[in-house]
Design a protein around this ligand. Structure first.
Ligand code: HEM
Length: 191
């Protein structure tokens, strides 16, 4: 299941990496811009996953707490609520996919922090900083995902659902990057 998700979503991930890098990391690296992208993309994903019962699927899920960390780092009074309605994860398979995208997105943070540091930007972001337990948690999460949706259980439909759920989150991030570019072009305040 994990291999299918990884392979199926690779084109979308490549686009995301390229766009976030171009807009937030290179040639000018800007931590705040990157966090602003998260502030637009994360709230609807977290709200949708909450509504879909993600905390029952993966009790260690810390999505709401991550939103608080993000708002504190951006100096916002409350967790960013985002202008968009919650993402709609229809059923467990889609919610597993959404969780996969959010948890997986943290794996790239080491690379992101390195690029920020190389550009002389602060690399001590509380939101981006990897947790000591991240790798273990990711392993445990993948085991649970396989057990819940793998070939021994739900099969092909579940894989499509998970792919769809993960793609929703990734597209939300792509939209957030393009929105930031548009807002900056017309001088609209971002936060
Ligand atoms: C500049 C931005 C990004 C960079 C440089 C980046 C980089 C990476 C890297 C290096 C990995 C592999 C880490 C490892 O195997 O240890 C990874 C995995 C992953 N990333 Fe990203 N990433 C970025 C943005 C995102 C975003 C915004 C999302 C989702 C919203 C995302 C979702 C994922 C997922 C789901 C995986 C796990 C794939 C798997 O191995 O199953 N990434 N990323």
């Amino acid at each position: 299941m994990r291999q299918r998700l990884r392979t199926g979503l690779a084109p979308l991930h490549d686009r995301l990496d390229a766009r976030i890098t171009a807009v937030c990391l290179s040639p000018r690296a800007d931590l705040r811009r990157l966090l602003t992208v998260h502030a637009h993309a994360l709230p609807p994903a977290v709200a949708g996953l909450r509504a879909a019962g993600a905390a029952l699927l993966w009790p260690e899920w810390d999505g709401p707490a991550r939103l608080s960390t993000l708002s504190a780092e951006l100096g916002l009074g409350a967790p960013p609520c985002g202008a968009s309605p919650p993402e709609n994860f229809e059923g467990d398979a889609m919610a597993w996919g959404g969780l996969y995208a959010l948890l997986g997105s943290r794996l790239g943070n080491r690379v992101v922090l390195r690029r920020l540091a190389e550009a002389g930007q602060p690399a001590d972001s509380a939101f981006l900083r990897p947790g000591a337990d991240d790798a273990l948690e990711w392993r445990r999460f993948l085991d649970r995902l396989e057990a819940a949706l793998g070939p021994a259980s739900a099969g092909a439909d579940a894989c499509n659902g998970a792919m769809e759920g993960a793609a929703l989150v990734m597209k939300r991030y792509l939209n957030a990057v393009e929105r930031l570019v548009r807002a900056e072009r017309i001088g609209e305040p971002l936060h």
